[in-house]
Structure formats: structure tokens, C-alpha cells
Design a protein around this ligand. Structure first.
Ligand SMILES: [Zn+2]
Length: 536
């Protein structure tokens, strides 16, 4: 158990429970961005941060900091039923949106997508990784063409290679594949859905791609979004390849080898026609702050997202409010309470920002916006410690992080944990790419050492069996469902037990001159090094 140091802060289970209960109550309507639920959430969190003793750390207005940072978001939605089809050797076949294909509302600024008989090119895993001597686009011009790419990265199936083996690198994420397609000048890219390498079934693809899409407002959206982005069912792809005289499985094997050459499908084209309604909405990140006493321009960030899914499709009980108690009222409450502990303690040498971001559930957009337009410079941001969906149950003997990207920040956390009698377990499912699915990632990809904390699964009462059973129960019955609701039986004992460790990590950094760095082999290290001159 965590040894109680003389200056260790005390956290209060009752207060955490009250905050989670309030934030996830029906009155907050599931905390959807740019809804009445957002207004209530901001009022509540700001009031709690104020009462905890924090200062406003948001946008500057008339020389004064507000409590919030305005986050303009693009909301794009396909109007009506999109017309989608394949033509192979003169035979036209309609594709059903949501069933055979899932096309996303265009986020490149297009008001209408009208594609007539665009050629199709299989680009393997759609990866261009010069540092790994890998280029799936070598010698191919994708202008006016639709690329078809596999999900995950080239060594997921074989388990060994230059892309982290079974673990997913960023090259395996669909977000990367669309971005690379845009850089290649492609008209569009379709990701082939396969359950294992995607780590989720078609239902998830359908639910998260055929409704309104959100993005940060970009100066040049075409730089990262091709006009057509979507997923296609594996069976549809296998059949398409067959009719074009190609063997899907054989081509996939080739795509796992260095030197793979993209293949144009003969006599096969893709057509699409639909209107897209796009408008800009404004949501808010919330930022509380403690100004450092000696080096106020150097910042440690604690982060957690406040948003959840809002009001949506009813569950079996007819409940339509996605309360998001665990996801992520727990992280928000922890953020407020960490703020309270720091506000009570002697002032740190460096500044600490308590960043409660919006639109995580729409694709990490609040954290993406902050890191693209930071309130405090990223070059002198020491570290980001993110919390998402903490466990409100009893005490665990261990803890984890989303992904296990190596850095001195993670090394320190592991050492601190060990000293406190807590074991670190690496992300048990690195192939799912959790590292790229949490709010610390937009900071990491810009070089800032960042991690996302995860509650442990080895419970003091009941061991791994009990911890795993609770995790499974949550994923099946409550995760992203209206049943993610506050429960009177929750003790919050685990959070109370873990929070001193998170406090220590940030407190030690805020009272030192250390600049933790990424591991030598990390893809984020060079980006961080580029701003080294700004850190003393
Ligand atoms: Zn979450």
C-alpha cells in the first residue's frame, strides 16, 4: 500500500462520489459538446475549481484569463441517403451505407461529393514510413483515384517486424491512413474492415462513421482529409478483388513485405454522390491553473475530458441519456480534487494547469485543439498526465497506462509506483492502439512527454479475477451505453488510493528543473529535440 509521506495530500471519497454523481446526473444530459449539458457542465466544473482555490487559466480576454478556451469545431453530416456504387467489368452494383460500406461525411470542406467512376488502387497498409524504409505509395499517382487500405500495420498478423510486432504503431490507425491519403493527393481512401486488426466489429465502424462527424476547424482541411473517407466490409472487398481478377489474401501477404507495390484494380471503379452539410459550432475546454513561484512559464498539465455522448438511441430500458459516470466524470472529479490538493499545498516552482477538455468522444478534438493552439507553450510544457475512465471500486495492487510508449515520464511513474508497493502492468492490448485513442496523444505527437493513467486490475479484494470480471462487465454492460451511471455502492477507495501517486508525479516535476524525454527509439523524440533550445 502507498506509504503516507508527511506532505502527502488527503483525498476524500465522499467528495469524489458527489462530483461524479452530479456530473453524470440526468440533468447534465450526457454532457454533449455544444448542448445545454455543456453549459451546465462548465458552470459546475468552474465553480468547483474556483472553490478548490484554482485560478482561471483559459483564453486571454482584455488582459485577463477566462476559465475556458473556446474550441471551434466543424460538424459535418451527410444529407439523406448517399448514392454509392462499384462498377466491375461494366456491371454496376449499389453499396448500402452502413451495411456494406460506411462513408464518413466529408471534412475537407466539400458541400457535395460527386465521384464518377474513379479508379481503385489497393495500397496495402497505406503506410509511408521513411525511417523504416517503407513506402506503400512508391511509383503510384493517386490523383483522382480511390485508395483501398488494410487496417493496422504491416507486421500485426506476423507478429514480428519493423512496426512494433503485434502492438499497433500510429501507422496502423485509420486516422493516419486518411491523413497519408490526403498527403498523397488521393481523391479518397477506403479502409478494409477486419475485426482482429481493427480490434472492434463492424457495428462500431457503422455507429461511429455514419452519423455527424466532428473535426477541429483547420486552416487547410484538404491537407489532412481526402474528399472521400470511409470503411468497406471485408467480404465486399474480397468479392470486389475476385471480380477484378485479384486474390485478396495473396495481396495482403504481399502487403506485409517491404517493397510491396500498389495494385490498380482492372476494370473496377467507384462512384459516389451525396450532399454534406457542414457548420462550425463552438465548445469549450476548461482550464484552472496554479502559477509557479519560480518558473511560471514552465507548465505541468493534468488533463481529463469532460464530454460524453449526450442524448442518443435508447437502450433496452428506453433510457436515452448517456450519463458517462465512469467515462469520464471520474477523471473530471479526480482533476478537480488534484487541483484542490495542489491549491492547499505550498506553491510549486513551475505552473500547473488542470485541463478539462471537450470532444474526446468525437476524436480527441479538445486536446487536439489545445495542442494546436496551446494556452501555454508546448516547448516549455514539462509533461501531460491524463486521466480517463477511472475505476470507482476498491483498491488495486497495480496500475497501467494507455499504450506503453517508453519515456522518462513513464519510467518515473513506474518507479514511484514500485516505491509505493504498486506494480505496473503494460497495456494488456497494445494491438488495439489505445495509446492513440486518449487525450495525451495530441500532445505526444507534438513531442510533449505524455501518458494516460489506467486503474489496475489486480484487486486487493478478489485479485485479478475480480478486477477482470468488473472490467468485462463494464465494457459489456455500460461502456458507451446509457447504463454508465453513478452507483451508490461505489466506494472510490481505489481512486483515493491511486491519486497520491498521480499527485507525486506532477508535484515532483513541478518542483524540479527536470525535462523528461522520450525513449531513444521513440518516434516523438526528434520532435521534442527540435525545441530543446527553449528549455533550460
Ligand atoms: Zn473517456
Amino acid at each position: 500500500m502507498l506509504a503516507a509521506a508527511a506532505d502527502a495530500p488527503q483525498f476524500d471519497a465522499k467528495r469524489l462520489s458527489d462530483e461524479v454523481r452530479m456530473l453524470s446526473s440526468d440533468g447534465f444530459e450526457g454532457r454533449g459538446p455544444a448542448t445545454a449539458g455543456e453549459v451546465k457542465t462548465i458552470e459546475y466544473v468552474v465553480a468547483r475549481m474556483k472553490e478548490a482555490g484554482l485560478q482561471p487559466g483559459g483564453d486571454l480576454k482584455d488582459g485577463k484569463r477566462l476559465w475556458t478556451q473556446a474550441v471551434p469545431l466543424l460538424r459535418a453530416e451527410i444529407q439523406g441517403k448517399p448514392a454509392l456504387s462499384l462498377t466491375v467489368k461494366g456491371n454496376n452494383e449499389t453499396l448500402a451505407q452502413g451495411e456494406q460500406i460506411a462513408v464518413r461525411a466529408a471534412m475537407d470542406g466539400s458541400a457535395r461529393i460527386a465521384i464518377k467512376d474513379a479508379p481503385l488502387v489497393f495500397v496495402g497498409y497505406g503506410v509511408k514510413a521513411p525511417e523504416r524504409q517503407w513506402d506503400d505509395f512508391a511509383g503510384i499517382d493517386l490523383k483522382g483515384k480511390i485508395a483501398i487500405a488494410l487496417i493496422n500495420d504491416p507486421d500485426f498478423e506476423t507478429g514480428t517486424g519493423d512496426f512494433g510486432g503485434k502492438a499497433m504503431t500510429y501507422y496502423g490507425r485509420w486516422t493516419y491512413k486518411y491523413e497519408e491519403a490526403a498527403r498523397q493527393g488521393a481523391l479518397g481512401l477506403l479502409v478494409v474492415h477486419e475485426t482482429d486488426p481493427a480490434s472492434y466489429g463492424w457495428a462500431t465502424v457503422k455507429n461511429s462513421n455514419t452519423n455527424a462527424m466532428f473535426d477541429v476547424v483547420r486552416d487547410d482541411p484538404k491537407a489532412v482529409h481526402p474528399a472521400l473517407e470511409g470503411w468497406i466490409q471485408r467480404d465486399v472487398t474480397v468479392d470486389l478483388f475476385k471480380r477484378a481478377g485479384l486474390d485478396f489474401e495473396a495481396l495482403k501477404k504481399q502487403a506485409q513485405q517491404r517493397g510491396f507495390k500498389a495494385v490498380t484494380l482492372k476494370d473496377a471503379t467507384f462512384s459516389a454522390d451525396y450532399a454534406v452539410e457542414a457548420k462550425v459550432i463552438t465548445s469549450q475546454n476548461i482550464a484552472g491553473r496554479i502559477e509557479g513561484s519560480k518558473r511560471p512559464d514552465e507548465t505541468v498539465i493534468y488533463s481529463a475530458h469532460w464530454d460524453h455522448l449526450g442524448v442518443g438511441a435508447p437502450d433496452a430500458k428506453g433510457d436515452t441519456i448517456y450519463n458517462g459516470a465512469v467515462d469520464n466524470a471520474t477523471g473530471t472529479a479526480a482533476l478537480i480534487e488534484l487541483g484542490r490538493a495542489f491549491a492547499k499545498a505550498p506553491r510549486p516552482e513551475r505552473s500547473i494547469v488542470f485541463l478539462n477538455v471537450t470532444a474526446e468522444e468525437k476524436g480527441l478534438l479538445g486536446s487536439e485543439y489545445y495542442s494546436s493552439k496551446p494556452l501555454y507553450p508546448l516547448a516549455t510544457t514539462v509533461a501531460v498526465i491524463n486521466m480517463d475512465a477511472l475505476d470507482p471500486f476498491g483498491v488495486a495492487r497495480n496500475f497501467t497506462t494507455s499504450g506503453s510508449a517508453k519515456s522518462e515520464l513513464l519510467d518515473t511513474l513506474i518507479a514511484d509506483g514500485k516505491a509505493a508497493g504498486m506494480a505496473y502492468v503494460t497495456d494488456p492490448h497494445p494491438e488495439a492502439g489505445h495509446f492513440f485513442r486518449s487525450d495525451h496523444f495530441p500532445f505526444a505527437k507534438r513531442g510533449v512527454p505524455a501518458l494516460s493513467w489506467g486503474s489496475g486490475n489486480d484487486w486487493v479484494e478478489g485479485g485479478i479475477e475480480a478486477g477482470e470480471a468488473a472490467g468485462k462487465d463494464y465494457v459489456e454492460k455500460r461502456y458507451h451505453q446509457p447504463a454508465d451511471e453513478w452507483d451508490a455502492s461505489w466506494t472510490f477507495a481505489g481512486m483515493i488510493h491511486d491519486m497520491p501517486l498521480l499527485y507525486k508525479l506532477g508535484n515532483d516535476l513541478a518542483n524540479s528543473k527536470r525535462w523528461p524525454q522520450w525513449d531513444k527509439a521513440s518516434e516523438f523524440r526528434a520532435i521534442r529535440d527540435a525545441t530543446a533550445a527553449q528549455r533550460k
